[in-house]
Design a protein around this ligand. Structure first.
Ligand SMILES: [Zn+2]
Length: 370
């Protein structure tokens, strides 16, 4: 009995010694990639485009009578964009973020592929290079090019739940990985099994809330399922691919494009608020937001994109992260491209993507303030 006492005391002291530094060690970094399909630079940087709204008026309708005008019109581009995305512009990009692609301020961001439609755009973002000779349709096809999601999973030895992709468009089941079933992918109308009762409900209700499109569910379900997975499985790498901005634009529903951007802004606020409330993610998560392609510049072709549509090669990138000191809108900045997104994401987790994908675009140095 007597001999045990010092051993117990010693063990307690030793435990305190080893646990104290462990509790203070910062958790490893996380990354979140978000894409808003085909959201134009014109709306992101300028809000409501009055020419586009006017072109879609019904007979005898004035622009002032439209709900979109009443909700989103203001005199200047800076005021207009903040009416559509108040969190993004008035809070996030003012206090935390950095955003490239406003050509009026001498910042150019764009895609390197020549196709200017979705699959080639997402492939460029996720694999770090355009594949024009091979990827030439939006078909549900898997290609052999590894994505940054797969590279990060392997290099960081992450489990199945630790890398996750949620998409509104079903084709993300094929786009996100060169090999199936390595990590969580949930896209299009697809059930999601989860221990979270809320997620189970969203999973069921997605089939009860038909969108106008066969292969794209409403973004709300994608966002809710992704947020649930974030909170419960706590992935290091999350990809959230929202899609309605593109589909409403193809349907020439400009009002719905603006409403979708406004909804997305509210979701971004909810996501950021949660991240900043959580010890694993607070000030420890790098977020990149971009798009697969732009669209036409004029009231005649704003709904379109593709090889022949001028302006559809122009996109934008927003970045929020603990390693990136730049704040606000880029001005007179170096050009950057979608093929640099993958290596940029990887670098924030300490991974050199180009050891795996030799031709991937370089990380965007300017983000790190050099
Ligand atoms: Zn499209």
């Amino acid at each position: 009995m007597r001999a045990c006492r010092p051993i117990v005391l010693f063990a307690a002291a030793f435990a305190a010694l080893v646990s104290a530094p462990a509790a203070q060690a910062p958790p490893p970094r996380n990354v979140i990639l978000i894409t808003l399909d085909g959201a134009r630079t014109q709306e992101i940087f300028g809000g409501l485009d009055i020419d586009v709204l006017r072109a879609g008026l019904k007979k005898d309708e004035t622009v002032e009578q439209t709900r979109a005008y009443q909700q989103y019109w203001a005199e200047t581009p800076v005021a207009r964009r903040a009416r559509v995305m108040p969190f993004f512009w008035n809070e996030w990009m003012t206090a935390e973020g950095s955003v490239a692609g406003n050509r009026a301020r001498g910042s150019r961001f764009g895609i390197r592929n020549s196709k200017r439609f979705s699959y080639p755009g997402y492939a460029e973002i996720l694999t770090g290079e355009p594949h024009d000779a091979v990827i030439d349709s939006n078909d549900n096809t898997r290609y052999p090019f590894p994505t940054v999601l797969e590279v990060l999973q392997r290099r960081l030895s992450l489990g199945r739940d630790q890398v996750a992709a949620f998409g509104s468009w079903e084709t993300f089941r094929w786009i996100t990985a060169s090999k199936p079933d390595g990590f969580v992918v949930n896209a299009g109308y697809q059930a999601f099994s989860s221990g979270d009762a809320e997620a189970t409900r969203w999973s069921r209700e997605q089939f009860e809330a038909h969108s106008p499109w066969d292969s794209v569910r409403h973004d709300m379900f994608t966002f809710r399922l992704a947020l649930s997975h974030l909170k419960t499985a706590r992935p290091r790498v999350l990809y959230l691919a929202l899609g309605e901005t593109d589909d409403w634009a193809h349907g020439e529903r400009y009002d719905r494009v603006l409403q979708t951007l406004a909804l997305t802004d509210a979701w971004l606020k909810e996501l950021w608020t949660w991240l900043q409330s959580d010890p694993q993610y607070r000030n420890n998560t790098s977020i990149l937001i971009t798009v697969d392609h732009g669209r036409g510049r004029t009231a005649a072709d704003w709904g379109k994109h593709g090889e022949q549509v001028d302006g559809a090669q122009e996109t934008w990138l927003a970045a929020i992260g603990p390693d990136w000191p730049r704040r606000g809108e880029w001005a007179d900045a170096p050009d950057a491209f979608a093929n640099q997104v993958a290596a940029t994401l990887a670098r924030t987790l300490g991974v050199d993507l180009r050891q795996d994908i030799a031709n991937a675009g370089a990380p965007i140095e300017y983000l790190w303030g050099r």
